[in-house]
Every structure is written in C-alpha cells, then in structure tokens.
Design a protein around this ligand. Structure first.
Ligand code: FCB
Length: 432
C-alpha cells in the first residue's frame, strides 16, 4: 500500500476546554457545583494553563501541531451581566496571539459546558434571555478578536450538555429525568447559535462559524429486533440529527419544535465540527420511559478505560453522515481521543492511527475534511470523572505541573510531518 496523504494545508491540532485546563475557575457553575459536592470531583488548579499557556503552546508546536482548539471562559470575561472585564479580554488576546506566533491556527470555542454563575443562577439555559445573553457575549468576542480568529465554534456538544445536565443529571444543573428541560435547552441553544452566528459575521465578515457536534453511532443491539432498531433510530435523530438539522435548514424538528422554518436560523454553519468517540448498541426496554425506552447493551467488544467502545469505523460513518460527499460541507474533527489510566499509552498509538485511517478513507469517499484535533492536548479535568481518565498526548504531573509527551505525541508528530500515514506506522517512535 502506498502512503496515504492528507490534503495540502490540513489542520493538525489538539483540543482543550477552559474549565478542564485553566484552573481556578471560580466564577462558573461547575466550580459552584464542585464546592457544593453536586459533582464528585474538584477541578482546583487543573493544569494551571491560565499561567502556562505560553509554554504549553510552544510544546504543542514542537510536537508538530499547526492548530489548537481551546475555549474562552465566559465567566472570566463577563463576570457580571453585561460588563466585560478588559483584563480577561486582554488575557485571551495574548492567548490567541501566542497560539498564532507558535504557528497554531486557533479554533476558538465560546461555550464549552460552563456558564457564568450569574447566568446559571438566573435560570441558565432554560431562561428565555439565555439566547440574547449568549448573542451579546459572542458579539463582544468577535469584536475583540476580529482578524485574529478565523474558526469560531459557538457551542460545544449541545446534545451532551442537555442530556448530562437534564436527563442523566450528573452535571450542573443536576436535573435528572427532566426530558422537557433537555429539549428546551437544545432548542434554546440552536436559537442562540443562530443569533451568535449573525452577530459574529456582523463584526467580522471573514469569520468562519461552526458548532462542535457530538456524533455517536447508535446501532441496534440486535438488528433483527424491531424495538432495538426503533430505539437506535430515535436516539440517532435526537442526539445526532436534531441540532444540525435545526441550524442548517432552520427547522426545529419535533420534538424540538413544530418544524416551522425560521429563516434566520437556516444555513448558520460555515463549517462543521465533529466530536467522535464511540458507538452505542441499543436495546428497547419499555420499563425505562425516562431513558427514552432504551438502554445500552455492553457487547463483548474492545472498550476504552471509561468502557466506551473503540470503533474507528464509526468515525468514517459519522463523517459521511454529517458532511456527506457532494453536500459541499467542510468538516473538521474537533475532538477524537482515548483515555488511559496513569501514564499509560498502550491503546492510544493504535487508536490514533486507526481513526486517522478512517479520516483518510472518508476523504477518499469525497468528504471535505479539513483538519483533525485530537482530544486532548494534555491530560486534564475530565468533568464528573475527575483527573483519573487521562486523554492527553502529553502527561501532566498535577503536583509539579510537569508536562511529559507520551509516545503517541511523537507518533502524531511524525504523521503530521509526512502529512500522511505510511502503510503500517502503528508503533510509536522514540522521543526526539
Ligand atoms: C467531550 C467533551 C470534552 C471531553 C471529551 C472526553 O464530550 O467535549 O470536553 O470531556 O468528551
């Protein structure tokens, strides 16, 4: 087999989010939930990236990367409603400029799960005003960083946010089994995205605005059972499709809305962000109405440290589904990665290569894939799972804040240098 090359100018990066890496994020709802014991772990100093971004970005550049995805912490920038902190804005300007000076194209997320406390305490995403509050924040950011940021991500994984907060209930605002709440949040986020899209473009016509969609493959546990097929299809529609349909066609499809077309919401996506991790196999179960009559079956398959199935073919399927050949949609993988315990890096090298093979096959099939960001640049605070699952390409010793690249970071560097995959590059090379 010959070398499998990626397109010229391909973005090779890695991703983080503010609350997971910065440390000391006292102004947001996650911090409040951590202090109150409503979530099991505390983020504390996390990776102290608030103070260490400069060294970290230099390291990512040394590791060959040419792009970096990160988020702006809304609670730092707008600590009280409507008043923007010039120091926080200046801080993130330095962060963005530092990414650029290291040759890293910034992909900047505006909302990655955390909210300013004032927003959460004032009804959060259920409140009508959440839409205009987010729009105001997006406008300020586009104005502040006009010309410095090309790729904006308005919202990270709206479906995951809604389901973890309102269905499963393990994330703030901790409202288990509140399905109407989850649907309202999704609808509000779609509208907020649409408003933010126009606000950003009004400030910076060159900006390219997208969403980081979580896409999970839902397959029936037993394809011969009608109930299983049905439940997998329902979940696919709700978790994968509802949001992209809303912002592309401007239609809030049931159960998000009445399918009426909202003209200003249509075509509010300049590029598609895809976060892909796993597949779920679903079994119909009438005893579980609050779980949408289904549950996940744990077949005997390869699983990661958090028990998610490792299924590279799913990335190929997700790319074809979310940015079909011929649709014109440009897509960037905004997250894809695997956790391991301690400083292990046994699964990651193969994981990385197999998922990049899936990306390459998707390109050959006609998908306009423009970049790939591994999750995550470095080990960090994994929400309700705490610091134990480590997704990083770089190991973090949290007592000393020392960074040590794992073998897969060098494997990734070599792939980036070649801008492609050699026939069997599965083993990680030595450091250097
Ligand atoms: C995604 C999140 C990201 C990280 C990974 C493992 O759902 O966007 O913050 O937690 O999962």
């Amino acid at each position: 087999m010959t070398m499998r090359r990626f397109p010229e100018g391909f973005l090779w990066g890695s991703a983080t989010a503010s609350h997971q890496v910065e440390g000391d994020n006292q102004g947001n709802d996650w911090w409040a939930a951590e202090q109150a014991g409503r979530v099991p772990h505390r983020s504390g100093q996390a990776c102290d990236q608030l103070n260490r971004y400069s060294e970290d970005f230099a390291l990512f550049a040394e590791l060959g990367q040419n792009a970096h995805r990160f988020s702006l912490e809304w609670s730092r920038i707008e600590p009280t409603p409507g008043s923007f902190d010039p120091q926080a804005i200046a801080h993130y300007r330095r962060v963005i400029e530092t990414a650029r000076s290291n040759g890293l194209e910034p992909l900047v997320t505006l909302h990655h799960f955390t909210n300013p406390r004032w927003l959460a305490e004032g009804g959060g995403w259920l409140h009508r005003e959440a839409i205009s509050r987010f729009e105001r924040f997006a406008r300020e950011m586009a104005r502040a960083y006009r010309g410095l940021v090309r790729y904006w991500i308005t919202i990270n994984e709206p479906g995951v946010y809604a389901s973890q907060g309102w269905v499963v209930g393990v994330w703030p605002p901790n409202r288990p089994n509140d399905i109407p709440g989850a649907l309202r949040v999704l609808r509000q986020m779609a509208l907020a995205h649409g408003r933010a899209y126009h606000a950003i473009h009004a400030e910076d016509p060159d900006a390219r605005v997208g969403v980081a969609h979580h896409w999970r493959i839902f397959d029936p546990a037993d394809p011969r059972r009608r109930g299983d097929r049905l439940i997998a299809a329902v979940r696919n529609r709700l978790m994968n499709q509802a949001f992209p349909v809303a912002i592309r066609r401007g239609r809030l499809i049931p159960p998000l809305g009445n399918a009426r077309v909202i003209p200003w919401l249509a075509n509010t996506e300049d590029w598609v962000g895809l976060n892909y991790y796993t597949r779920e196999r679903d079994r119909f179960d009438p005893r579980l109405p609050h779980r949408l009559f289904g549950r996940e079956m744990f077949a005997d398959v390869e699983r990661n440290h958090l028990r998610w199935e490792i299924y590279p073919e799913g990335l190929y399927r997700a790319l074809l589904a979310i940015a079909p050949p011929g649709s014109g949609a440009e897509v960037i993988v905004t997250e894809n990665g695997v956790p391991e315990p301690d400083d292990q890096d046994r699964v990651r090298p193969t994981y990385l290569v197999r998922h990049l093979e899936a990306c390459h096959r998707a390109i050959e099939a006609g998908v306009r894939l423009r970049g790939y960001c591994y999750w995550s640049s470095l080990d960090n605070f994994e929400w309700a799972e705490g610091f134990e699952p480590r997704f990083g390409l770089v190991y973090v010793d949290y007592t000393t804040q020392t960074r040590t690249p794992k073998p897969s970071a060098y494997l990734y560097r070599d792939i980036i240098r070649r801008n492609g995959l050699t026939p069997t590059p599965r083993r990680a090379p030595e450091a250097g």
